[in-house]
Design a protein around this ligand. Sequence first.
Ligand code: ADP
Ligand code: NA
Length: 329
Amino acid sequence: MRRIFSGIQPTGIPQLGNYLGAIRNWVGLQRDNECIFCLVDMHAITVWQDPAALREQTLAQTAVLLASGIDVQRHILFNQSAVTAHARLAWIFNCVARLGWLNRMTQFKDKAGKDRENHSAGLYVYPDLMAADILTYKATAVPVGDDQRQHLELTNDIAQKFNHDYGLDFFPIVEALIPPQGARIMSLRDGTKKMSKSDPSAQSRIEMTDDADTIALKIRRAKTDPEPLPAEESGLENRPEARNLVTIYATLQQCSIQDVLNQHGGEGFGPFKKALTDVLVQHIAPIADETTRLLKEPGFLRDTLRDGARRANVIAEPIVAEAEALVGF
Ligand code: ADP
Ligand code: NA
């Protein structure tokens, strides 16, 4: 049985891209794998977070994950800061990773933009902590969206250098599980930017707790072009917004882009957006309702995380203690 690790930042309500790129796949992987899912609050503070909001969002996100079908009886769900092994291994990895490797990370460049000097050192070494998250458990497969591909390559570079420097074959090679469709859902306001919780505009994303009216409004306002939907997939070339809406529809319905065009090709965006709204509401409403119910039980949510951290620690502690011994601690 493979051991799976994956994480999400508790920086807001999960958005549709998180769901289609990651969370829905986590749910499916639970059947045949040992899964460890993590709310990465240490990653979250690489950019400023209001402390009370971070605490609240950690619970809200726990509720969304449970509502989405994460099974904490059979698998582990916890928040990163509660298992100190992550930070200890991350420090070792800060000393293994080369500055040249980190300099190539496009996510840092995207997030820091031109104002590089004013970002935290934590944001820069974010990928070292991510490598530590995974290898703290010697996980071998990581379901993620496309934006994390480069960080997983770096994880393997770090593991290989650690193995070379300290202990042959100590850390395994990690495989990225990137879904063939839905791995990069784009912003509703700008088809060239990925949908993200941290985008300042809430209109740019569908949140997994949005009600039917909110979804309808966001989709109605989503940027499109004046052309009707094409009959063939090639007709979506250079139409990023149109492609994105069709991709969302196809991924939700687990069919191909061509299947959607067979059904809706030739339609204008008015009717297509109505159809898309219906499909979104059908998928999101049950998750939103269950989340609302769970949010009324913060004690239960806290207990769930505490129990997850205890079980995560049982796996993490001996692995990281052994890594520390290899280093000479
Ligand atoms: P965000 O940018 O929304 O804060 P996170 O960094 O918390 O996202 O990522 C959580 C998971 O969701 C990761 O596996 C990431 O690859 C995936 N993910 C994030 N945004 C998208 C997107 N727009 N499309 C598909 N997957 C995404
Ligand atoms: Na991200």
